[in-house]
Design a protein around this ligand. Structure first.
Ligand code: UDP
Ligand code: UDP
Length: 471
């Protein structure tokens, strides 16, 4: 095993692996990296350092980091100073999380100074950063692994997309993408920027996709029973040749829930859930990354109201939580909160989603299908009504529908395109999913399969143990 140059006092006398994790920006990345950190450190005998960039983009990330290192002091923080970054090159209002990713990518060459002297034995890079972190690890003669924070279907798209573009270089644009050994991803599910080959996101996506063949190993937060085709095809090297070992290690779950974010929510939503009958509540959330348009929020509100069901709804009207000051009343329309007072709880603040999904009163998750949300739904055996809005979410919604974890109306469009999804459609789908006994049973059985996968001897547990041995 090669190690980054050891400083004085850093001698790894015990020979334990020391894994340095490099997450990109946003809770959707910090959460699975934090979970991996805890699993490797508490369960697999590794020393773990987590590269962090301060200040974080969102308050949720700051609180989560503090709670994580408080609860798991063995996980060390390595603070990474970025080089100055001129945001004026980008259009005003550019996605702050994306800007942070680009700033991290440009600063990646400086990681060698940060890593030297740590005694690191392996690096795990976020997929968003992999093409720029890998050369640094190589320079330091450290194996560089990748943690893919989305579905195995998305991983296979990321791995295959460079080949697809090369083969279709003649023009005509991106169509359906038929991934060898996996399945066809329809054009309508390919995320919007990827249709433009010159988009910065596309250039990053292609560079990261190509870099995967140089990864020492690839970890993906999924489990065999949820994505059998994609996991098998990736492992067998059908998607891209020269692939290194692929480890399906999901669902990555926290050893214990850092409760700090929960304490900041003024609504006592757990008490509210306690007071609802078993399996009666629709939980509605669109993740931590993006805002939903005001128009769509109003349709959702009307749809939930018309469904007649109880609901807990986390509303996000702006991208970064720090900016989230618009009043709920304004967002949802006059009189809504009063009308649904007896059966709906609406909050703009952070909830501990895993606790919510595990609560016995929750029967359905109306979700954007951010991958962490899908994995948490699977782990809790809660069925999903997929309402993908951006990014990888339509591909993930396809996984949800295919696996039987939930339902998805694939004619519903991206956020901001081809109008909004109407209140009537939403209410009808909520009502039918709430009454769908077969769906409930299938989701519950996937929950059992998830629990088996991560328990001792399960496929994900074995994969993580095997991975730890490579570090
Ligand atoms: N992604 C990828 N390769 C990359 C960058 C992104 O496969 O180089 C995928 C990954 O699945 C990610 C998704 O693209 O989750 C969507 O990116 P988005 O801009 O929505 O960011 P996120 O919500 O993950 O921060
Ligand atoms: N999350 C949460 N409480 C909230 C909003 C989000 O705990 O109020 C968590 C959620 O459980 C998930 C993560 O934040 O683990 C969001 O990641 P995901 O991939 O679902 O979506 P993204 O936010 O990246 O779009």
């Amino acid at each position: 095993r090669s190690r980054a140059m050891l400083g004085e006092g850093d001698t790894p006398a015990d020979g334990r692996p020391h894994v340095v994790l490099v997450p990109s920006a946003g809770m959707g990345h910090l959460l699975p990296f934090g979970r991996l950190a805890v699993a490797l450190s508490s369960g697999h005998g590794c020393d773990v350092s987590l590269v962090t960039v301060l200040p974080t983009v969102s308050t949720a990330e700051t609180r989560h980091l503090e709670a994580l290192v408080d609860a798991f002091p063995a996980v060390r923080r390595l603070d990474f100073q970025l080089t100055p970054f001129d945001e004026s090159e980008f259009s005003p209002g550019a996605d702050p999380f994306f800007l942070r990713v680009e700033a991290m990518r440009r600063s990646a060459p400086l990681l060698d100074q940060l890593l030297a002297g740590t005694g690191a034995s392996a690096v795990v890079s976020d997929i968003f950063l992999s093409s720029v972190v890998m050369p640094v690890a190589k320079e330091l003669r450290l194996p560089c692994h990748v943690l893919f924070t989305s579905s195995a279907a998305m991983l296979s798209l990321c791995a295959y997309f460079p080949t697809y573009l090369d083969a279709n270089a003649g023009g005509g644009g991106v169509g359906d993408v038929d991934i060898p050994g996996v399945y066809r991803i329809p054009k309508a599910s390919i995320q919007q920027p990827l249709h433009d080959p010159n988009h910065l996101f596309t250039r990053q996506f292609v560079a990261n996709g190509r870099s995967l063949t140089n990864a020492a190993g690839i970890l993906v937060n999924t489990f065999n029973a949820l994505e059998p085709e994609a996991v098998a095809a990736l492992k067998q090297g059908k998607v891209a040749s020269g692939f290194r070992p692929v480890f399906a290690v999901g669902p990555l779950l926290p050893a214990s829930s850092p409760a700090r974010n929960q304490a900041t929510n003024p609504t006592n939503y757990m008490e509210w859930l306690d007071a609802q009958p078993a399996r009666s509540v629709v939980y509605v959330s669109f993740g931590s990354r993006k805002a939903i348009s005001g128009e769509q929020l109003k349709e959702l509100a009307a749809g939930l109201e018309a469904s007649g069901h109880r609901f807990l709804w986390v509303v996000k009207g702006t991208i970064v939580d720090r900016d989230d000051t618009a009043e709920l009343r304004e967002l949802l329309g006059e009189g809504f909160l009063e009308r649904v007072e007896k059966r709906g709880l609406v909050t703009k603040a952070w909830v501990e989603q895993e606790e919510v999904l595990k609560h016995e009163s929750v029967a359905l998750f109306v979700s954007h299908c951010g991958w962490n949300s899908v994995m948490e739904a699977a782990a809790s055996g809660v069925p999903v009504l997929a309402l993908p809005r951006f990014g990888d979410q339509r591909v993930n919604a396809g996984v949800v529908a295919r696996a039987g974890l939930g339902v998805w109306v694939d004619s519903w469009s991206w956020e901001g395109e081809a109008g909004v999804i109407s209140a009537e459609e939403i209410s009808e789908k909520v009502k039918s999913a709430m009454g769908d006994e077969a769906l409930r049973r299938k989701a519950a059985s996937l929950g059992e399969a998830a629990a088996k996968a991560v328990a001792g001897g399960g496929s994900s547990h074995r994969c993580l143990a095997e991975f730890a041995r490579l570090c």
